[in-house]
Ligand binder design. Structure first.
Ligand SMILES: [Zn+2]
Ligand SMILES: [Zn+2]
Ligand SMILES: [Zn+2]
Length: 125
């Protein structure tokens, strides 16, 4: 399991030791040698479990998809940005959820958000 990338979508095969890793950080933790650079990177899609190769010299945005199942992945070189992006996204989702929590009781008139007038009316029953 890779702790550097959230929901890593592919494994990469290190050209130096022929081992599969989720990212270059995982390779650095398990190996003492430097990850060799290669112009043709081997990937393994975690979704469809198929291996494929990409020419890293001519790598484009459209190459960020598994050729077999269109699983979107981000390559090694973009990992630092991707991690930051995911964290920012999570914060936004959290903010949205907090906002929803505040709005809900008002609209629902649930027993957890009874306003004083409503409470008085209930007590009279
Ligand atoms: Zn290696
Ligand atoms: Zn990793
Ligand atoms: Zn795939």
């Amino acid at each position: 399991m890779c702790k550097h990338i959230l929901n890593a979508q592919v494994s990469i095969r290190a050209p130096c030791c022929k081992q599969w890793y989720d990212c270059s950080e995982c390779h650095a933790e398990k190996q003492t040698h430097k990850l060799a650079k290669t112009m043709e990177m081997a990937f393994l899609c975690k979704k469809c479990k198929k291996a494929f190769r990409k020419d890293m010299e001519h790598y484009e945005d459209s190459d960020e998809f598994c050729p077999y199942c269109d699983n979107h992945y981000v390559i090694e070189a973009k990992i630092p940005q991707a991690v930051v992006g995911v964290e920012g996204e999570d914060a936004r989702i959290d903010a949205r959820m907090l906002k929803d929590e505040r709005v809900k009781p008002k609209n629902n008139h649930s027993v957890f958000a009874i306003d004083p007038d409503e409470e008085a009316a209930l007590l009279e029953l």
